[in-house]
Write a protein that binds this ligand. Structure first.
Ligand SMILES: C[S@@+](CC[C@H](N)C(=O)[O-])C[C@H]1O[C@@H](n2cnc3c(N)ncnc32)[C@H](O)[C@@H]1O
Length: 342
């Protein structure tokens, strides 16, 4: 009896794993249909929601059944639906919205790449280039402007969750200049410059990304006179001298490329300059499932990875930096403080 039960739960457990694309697709469909915005503070029936988003009533009820099973929306005893914390976080107007992050994690082009994960594991390399003819970032910025915009917004939404904590911790004492390397749209840089009115900053990222920087940093923006936008490839060169360099979530490349990025910055830096790495450790974070999903996605798309704590410290040391301190920023990020030796 107990062995029959365990076979049953084993089969249903494995089936749930094998069908987990339905979960990702349900969350994406909720966003693309506009369901989180269609439901306000008052409960609404499935039929009312179907009318509001222009969907088939029976099919929307089925989608809601799937979503509520994951805690995205809840069904009341009356049969009406209400928001949960998860469904509210999908609304564009939520203060901690992760709408674009969810879209980014479920972009349609990604689905076919997942089918080639075995190839990535066999070769240890990305599969994007073979599928699309060019490496990911090149293709993203030339062929998929909408996807590029979703990526930049997703990174900004993710960073909004930690920008204040990073600004609180960043060792800025005596610093006159800060460079946000691969800083995306520059949310952390903007936060830092608002806090430190005497500090000047540089935002380095790919040309398409800095062109769409945080409006505070762009010409005419409130902080623009203290900011230099530096479009370029940090794997080629980092030609900015600063007292503090921030590398937040840009060392998700392989170890050699990570060392190269740090060394490129060191070429321009003075001895004593602070180089601050903010990253997720794959072996010390909010959960193995989330960390390893991100890690595999990076392998698949850019041949990159989420590093272990020891791996990242090794990268900093291989680059020639002196590691001073490692501290948690929040439940998923760590800050590694290093300096350029004299
Ligand atoms: C994961 S995002 C992190 C963005 C930002 N630091 C944050 O935490 O919100 C990685 C960033 O690195 C940038 N990037 C990737 N490869 C780059 C390269 N070769 N040169 C310059 N920037 C690059 C991307 O455009 C993106 O903005």
């Amino acid at each position: 009896m107990s062995s029959a039960m365990s076979t049953e739960s084993l089969v249903s457990g494995l089936m749930e794993h094998a069908l987990s694309a339905a979960c990702a697709a349900s969350v994406r469909a909720a966003v693309t249909l506009g369901l989180p915005e269609a439901l306000g503070d008052a409960p609404a029936t499935a039929d009312e929601l179907a009318t509001a988003v222009g969907a088939d009533q029976a099919a929307l009820r089925r989608l809601l059944r799937s979503l509520t099973s994951y805690g995205v929306f809840a069904e009341e005893r009356t049969g009406a639906f209400v928001h949960t914390g998860k469904s509210r976080a999908l609304r564009e107007d939520s203060p901690n919205s992760i709408k674009y992050l969810v879209l980014w994690c479920t972009e349609p082009w990604l689905w076919s790449l997942w089918g080639n994960l075995d190839e990535s594991v066999r070769t240890g390399s990305e599969v994007f280039t073979r599928a699309h003819g060019r490496p990911f970032y090149e293709h993203l910025h030339t062929e998929w402007p909408r996807s590029a915009q979703i990526f930049d917004r997703a990174m900004t939404q993710q960073t909004r969750l930690s920008a204040n904590a990073i600004a609180d911790m960043l060792p800025m004492a005596g610093a006159g200049t800060v460079a946000d390397v691969g800083g995306g749209q520059g949310l952390v840089l903007g936060t830092l410059l608002e806090r430190h009115p005497d500090v000047r900053g540089c935002l380095l990222d790919l040309p398409g990304v800095v062109a769409d920087a945080d409006p505070r940093l762009r010409p005419g923006g409130a902080l623009a006179d203290r900011v230099r936008l530096v479009p370029g490839d940090v794997l080629d060169e980092i030609s900015v001298e600063a007292d503090v360099y921030l590398f937040k979530n840009i060392l998700g490349v392989d170890a050699d490329a990570s060392v190269r990025i740090l060394r490129n910055a060191m070429k321009a830096a003075r001895p004593g300059a602070r180089m601050i790495i903010v990253e997720n450790f794959v072996d010390d974070g909010p959960g193995e499932k989330l960390a390893s999903a991100l890690d595999l996605r990076m392998l698949l798309v850019i041949g990159g990875q989420k590093h272990t704590r020891a791996g990242l410290l090794g990268i900093a040391e291989r680059a020639g930096l002196t590691v001073r301190n490692v501290r948690p920023v929040d439940s998923s990020l760590h800050m590694i403080e290093t300096t350029v030796p004299g």
